[in-house]
Ligand binder design. Structure first.
Ligand SMILES: Cc1ncc(COP(=O)(O)O)c(C=O)c1O
Length: 344
């Protein structure tokens, strides 16, 4: 694997892809405890062919970003929320959670040591961080492992919508992403493996991604690809689905708070696929795009258009501007949402 070089990167045309950056953080769990972690230049992992993660999917991960501010400093956005979600995901898969305070410290170390790769403020890009926890024990029976690896690596990623927010088309799927009582609330690889076929079917049919409906009745909206859903009603209320099988999105909880601040009377409640007429605007929310406006949802061959198939709605744009304003440090946000990363 060739190491990435800053001089080879065009920060204005990055997309979302892997780059082998100089440093990543690694810590191992042996003898019932986490051993001291360290930064290393080795981007490979040496595993037994019988490692539990490979066969039985005992692995969880996270995704968060660091943002270059206008003054050259660097912010990370709510890393404590990702640390906590990873803790919950690990417990669901019977893995030892990595201590949450050490998670945040390790994120900062990885950002600091790869700081030359953080895209400049003007590019609209960011440094994406991928924490990963896997079971490395050689087991062939279906048992939880005893040994684990925690790592955080990073890569520069481009602005998701360099030309401004653009609505996309979604389609409902007959497949489920996660079962009722399954692992939908946890960020585990198996959920994403299960989403590849429905996602591919949607892409081949010309849609940007899938709308998953609830696994029991196939009536209520769960998620949009790998993002949570929101709609803004005709009288300006922000609504997002409440369900035990969706991933608790950091972006969703942040937008719920900002919608409150902006007088949009936000609510989490079940949203029927047959009740889309109530919405003037709709969007998908997640770390990758922040907000992706939803132009339309097609269900059982019938297309429902929201605000527009080509233009972003004003309330969606206002929520987006407020959130990225906070992330990039241009606007003051609620207490504790952004943490400065010391660069020396
Ligand atoms: C299935 C799923 N839903 C929602 C989200 C959005 O979560 P967040 O806002 O924490 O990135 C993600 C991305 O992490 C996801 O993979």
């Amino acid at each position: 694997m060739t190491k990435a070089k800053v001089s080879d990167l065009d920060f204005n045309n990055l997309g979302f892809g892997y780059h082998d950056l100089p440093y990543r953080y690694k810590a191992e769990y042996h003898d019932g405890q986490w051993q001291p972690g360290e930064l290393t230049t080795d981007s490979t992992i040496h595993l037994s062919e019988s490692a539990v993660a490979l066969h039985y999917g005992q692995e969880v991960f996270e995704g968060l970003k660091a943002y270059r501010r206008k003054d050259g400093g660097v912010n990370i956005f709510r890393p404590d929320r990702n640390a906590h979600r990873m803790h919950n995901s690990a417990e669901r898969l019977l893995m030892p959670p990595y201590p949450e305070d050490k998670f945040v410290e390790a994120v900062k170390e990885v950002v600091k040591d790869n700081q030359d790769f953080i895209p400049p403020y003007e590019s609209g890009g960011s440094l994406y961080l991928r924490p990963l926890l896997i079971s490395t024990s050689p087991e062939i029976g279906v048992h939880p492992g005893h040994d684990f690896l925690f790592t955080i690596f990073a890569m520069p990623v481009g602005a998701y919508y360099p030309g401004g927010l653009a609505p996309t088309a979604f389609v409902t799927s007959e497949f489920d992403r996660a079962a009722h009582g399954g692992t939908g609330q946890a960020k585990v690889g198996g959920n994403y493996a299960a989403s590849m076929l429905p996602g591919d079917n949607a892409h081949k049919a010309g849609y940007s991604d899938v709308v998953y409906l609830d696994p029991r009745e196939h009536e209520y909206i769960e998620e949009l690809g790998s993002a949570n859903f929101f709609g803004i009603t005709k009288d300006g209320q922000f609504k997002t689905p409440k369900s035990p099988s969706i991933l608790p999105s950091v972006t969703k909880y942040s937008l719920l708070a900002l919608a409150e601040e902006m007088g949009m009377n936000p609510v989490e409640e079940a949203i029927s696929i047959h009740d889309l007429d109530q919405f003037a605007e709709a969007g998908a929310m997640g770390t990758a795009a922040v907000i992706s406006p939803v132009g339309s949802i097609t269900h059982e061959g019938k297309k429902h258009v929201f605000f527009s198939e080509t233009e972003v709605g004003p309330k969606t744009q206002a929520l987006y501007d407020r959130l990225i304003g906070i992330q990039y440090g241009d606007q003051e946000g609620p207490e504790g949402w952004v943490q400065d990363v010391p660069l020396v």
